[in-house]
Design a protein around this ligand. Structure first.
Ligand code: 0GY
Length: 301
């Protein structure tokens, strides 16, 4: 099937630089996606955007180029609850990829078991309004109860402004809960201001809540290095990510977010994104936890 990309869609960065930061052996890129290819794995009719194709082969090549050992592939909304591209990538990885799927309440136990066999270890609930239509909370809670016995967790994606309204739902979930991109804070606000404090409180009071300290390129207002002449980019995001890494060292994950859906202004060089890591995890012990020990415990444990 021939799909036309959403107008203005930025393709992922071909030819990323080699990072200067040498990743610890066994590092996991714990947030990335595959898109299609659309003629093999068609995009979902209910999608809000049509991306460029980003295949498993291209993802695995990036993994090797950057120095990662493994991937956690997260179902993107452009594939809806059709997890075929995700499962195909997990199966083709030789055990080096795990998956986070999207399922509806109609999913059967046999389908869940098949996904587990392929490497799925979680489901994603998306609350970002530009990406998905509303799903009733009781449906999501029913899904959470179904996947909990498999030892899976729930990944949640939301905007910081929506956390107060989502708090009761998140804190009632019966599994580990992994938050994408630090709950998308407004990094022009103070790191110790009420908005980010609420997120820190969620993690402090609920030891089952983890966070991906990912997506500086999505959260930054200061922007990429091309604009400020530095290789170490996205400085305004550093205090937020660093605070979580140092406060909750055993509950943080990091990922590239390749192929970076819905970026409007610039497409990051994934090599530069890896060079962001030592600014937020400043010691070898913190880097080992963030990149190896935490994702291995959650996805390969
Ligand atoms: C991300 C971020 C985005 C998109 C999706 O599933 C998705 O479509 O997650 C976004 O647009 O902010 O984590 O990939």
């Amino acid at each position: 099937m021939n799909f036309q990309k959403t107008p203005g869609w930025l393709d992922w960065y071909a030819g990323p630089s080699k990072p200067r930061f040498v990743l610890p052996p066994g590092s996991v890129d714990a947030h990335c996606h595959v898109f299609g290819p659309g003629d093999e794995f068609p995009y979902a009719p209910e999608r809000k955007y049509t991306p460029c194709d980003a295949s498993k082969h291209q993802l695995f090549a990036l993994r090797d180029h950057l120095g990662f050992a493994r991937n956690v592939i997260v179902q993107a909304t452009c594939h809806g609850a059709d997890n075929r591209a995700l499962l195909d990538a997990c199966r083709a990885s030789g055990g080096r990829a795990r998956g986070v799927a999207t399922v509806r309440r109609s999913v059967t136990d046999a389908e869940l078991r098949e996904m587990h066999e392929a490497g799925v270890r979680g489901v994603r609930f998306n609350f970002v309004k530009r990406l998905v239509d509303f799903t009733p909370r009781d449906e999501l809670m029913e899904i959470a109860a179904r996947i909990a016995p498999l030892g899976w967790h729930v990944v949640v994606y939301f905007e910081a402004a929506d956390l107060p309204e989502l708090w009761d739902f998140f804190t009632a979930l019966p599994t580990t809960v992994v938050v994408d991109h630090m709950g998308r804070p407004d990094v022009s606000l103070p790191v110790d201001g009420p908005q980010f404090e609420l997120f820190v409180r969620l993690m402090r009071e609920h030891p089952n809540v983890w966070s991906k300290v990912s997506c500086p390129e999505r959260l930054s207002v200061a922007g990429p290095p091309a604009l400020n002449g530095e290789r170490a980019a996205y400085r305004d995001v550093v205090p937020f990510a660093r605070r979580l890494v140092e406060t909750f060292p055993d509950r943080v994950l990091w990922g590239t977010d390749w192929p970076h859906p819905n970026l409007k202004d610039h497409m990051p060089d994934d090599g530069l994104l890896v060079d962001f890591i030592p600014h937020i995890a400043v010691s070898p012990a913190l880097q080992q936890a963030l990149l190896v020990d935490n994702p291995m415990r959650l996805y390969w444990g």
